[in-house]
Design a protein around this ligand. Structure first.
Ligand SMILES: [Zn+2]
Length: 178
């Protein structure tokens, strides 16, 4: 990775030996290891031990989960908020775990549509719940600092499964609460 970054610095017309840039390949390499750590995590380790029995059939929502990901078309960041809701069917998940699941799929090369879907499918699978709704609102640097340069636009994606897809009432309740 460090070799590639050094090449890239040369390619854009900079001098990798310049003082400020000398340690840059090492830093960039470390940063990329972190922002793509989703590839090296195991989902079972994340969820493990955080499933609790519960009789409730009422909607559980965690909103405003910060999300950071990398657009797979430009390898530039997109970031924003993720809202997750589900209706339990015998089990609930420790509250921080929804954020960990969002990170697990966010910390890699992504498109927002797929990220939204992967989170809802995973919550559905892990919990065996009645339904899941996921909404992500994000800003994409590939749109903001290049291309069309639209600084104030954001993209909203949603993925509804089970009761959230089948029942307009459930979906409305979720959307109202987030
Ligand atoms: Zn992009």
């Amino acid at each position: 990775m460090e070799k590639i970054i050094t090449e890239m610095i040369k390619e854009i017309g900079e001098d990798p030996k310049r003082k400020g840039l000398q340690d840059t390949p090492k830093r960039v390499s470390k940063a990329w290891e972190y922002i793509t750590k989703g590839y090296r995590e195991n989902l079972d380790d994340i969820v493990n031990g955080a499933l609790f029995d519960s009789d409730t059939r009422d909607m559980v929502i965690v909103k405003d989960i910060e999300i950071y990901s990398m657009c797979e078309h430009h390898m530039l960041p997109f970031f924003g908020k993720c809202h997750v809701g589900y209706i339990p069917n015998g089990k609930v998940l420790g509250v921080s775990k929804l954020a960990r699941i969002a990170d697990h799929f966010g910390r890699r090369l992504q498109i927002q549509e797929q990220l939204t879907h992967q989170i809802s499918t995973t919550v559905m699978d892990v919990l065996g719940c009645e339904g899941v709704g996921v909404v992500i609102e994000a800003k994409h640097l590939c749109m903001m600092m290049r291309g069309v340069e639209k600084q104030n636009s954001s993209m909203v994606t949603s993925s509804m499964q089970g009761q959230f897809r089948n029942s307009a009432k459930t979906r409305e309740e979720f959307l109202r609460l987030i």
